[in-house]
Write a protein that binds this ligand. Structure first.
Ligand SMILES: [Cu+2]
Length: 318
């Protein structure tokens, strides 16, 4: 549970204050009894004799105190449990409908992140991207974590603790980002040779910016315009590339590699290996194994003209 700001933060702070007051009262009582016991012990020692009669006469009082004390603890604990239950529910209700959790499914692969935004009410809004998350500030995001090969670990130090992605199992994690900014996520479980190059760019932005991003991501790729772009498009569609990649609005719909529909809108290439841009695209498409040895995109072997055309086409995928 994270504090955050806004309504849920206020509810959480109130719960914290309640816990603090109840615990401090209990602590004060315990200390008071300890102190009382200490002074009594001192008294007995001075007398030098054990006062059997006195002890017997104090017994009912002690028993009553003990029962009272136990009851107080029970009431306190039940009360706190109840309060935390109510706060939990209150926090869930405090989120207005348009701020209700967004659902993101992240599937880890050697060595990149497949990212799906799933809108159960409006499946037409679903989008797919890779190696990046966009999150609206103050809105809880439920991230469902899967792996399609080995164990990876999802870690965005500024937003949440680590959570493993385990083949054949589904984990999840709720992120509640409370400030805007760009944060770095990283695979935190050694998953193979390129484990270190498995980063995740996380952009926390205003709700309006997020809505714009989502709308842009929901659009299909534009048709190629120039002859060079067209040549690149034909290469991508008819050669190896479309066997592994998807580009919405075209016939390419494979899921072996990252979705390329809005490739250029991302901050980095190949999970943080290269900054996004023309130079990076050339380097990557020409020789992915040279850039990130051991990754799952093979050397394709384009000649200079093909490389030029393919890169020109990729650059239209904004
Ligand atoms: Cu990994």
């Amino acid at each position: 549970m994270s504090g955050g700001d806004g309504l849920d933060g206020a509810l959480f702070n109130r719960l914290f204050a309640l816990f603090l007051i109840v615990s401090l009262t209990m602590l004060a009582l315990v200390l008071a009894f300890l102190a009382a016991a200490w002074f009594r012990r001192g008294g007995v020692r001075q007398d030098g004799v054990a006062d059997e009669n006195g002890r017997a006469s104090r017994e009912p009082l002690l028993r009553a105190l003990l029962i009272g004390w136990t009851a107080l603890i029970a009431i306190g604990l039940i009360g706190l449990t109840f309060a935390s239950f109510l706060t939990d529910r209150g926090m869930a209700d405090a989120i207005p409908p348009d701020r209700r959790t967004i659902n993101i499914i992240v599937t880890a692969k050697q060595f990149w992140w497949d990212v799906n935004y799933a809108f159960d009410n409006e499946p037409s809004k679903n989008i797919r991207t890779a190696n990046e998350l966009h999150l609206p500030v103050g809105v809880p995001a439920r991230v469902t974590l899967k792996s399609s090969d080995v164990i990876h670990s999802f870690w965005i130090p500024n937003l949440a603790g680590k959570q493993d992605l385990i083949p054949g199992r589904v984990n999840d994690l709720v992120l509640l980002p409370n400030r805007t900014g760009v944060f770095r996520g990283q695979c935190a479980e050694f998953c193979g040779i390129q484990h270190a190059h498995m980063a995740l760019d996380v952009t926390v932005e205003s709700r309006a910016q997020f809505a714009n991003w989502l709308a842009a991501q929901g659009k299909p790729a534009p048709a190629p315009a120039s002859p060079l772009q067209k040549a690149g498009y034909l290469y991508v569609m008819n050669r190896e590339c479309s066997g592994c990649h998807a580009i919405a609005g075209t016939a390419a719909n494979a899921t072996v590699g990252p979705d390329l529909t809005h490739l250029m809108s991302r901050r980095s290439l190949a999970a943080g290996t290269l900054p996004m841009g023309r130079a990076g695209l050339y380097a990557w498409v020409a020789d992915p194994q040279g850039v990130k040895p051991g990754n799952n995109m093979p050397y394709v072997g384009l000649d200079a003209n093909e490389l030029h055309a393919v890169t020109a086409y990729l650059e239209t995928l904004k």
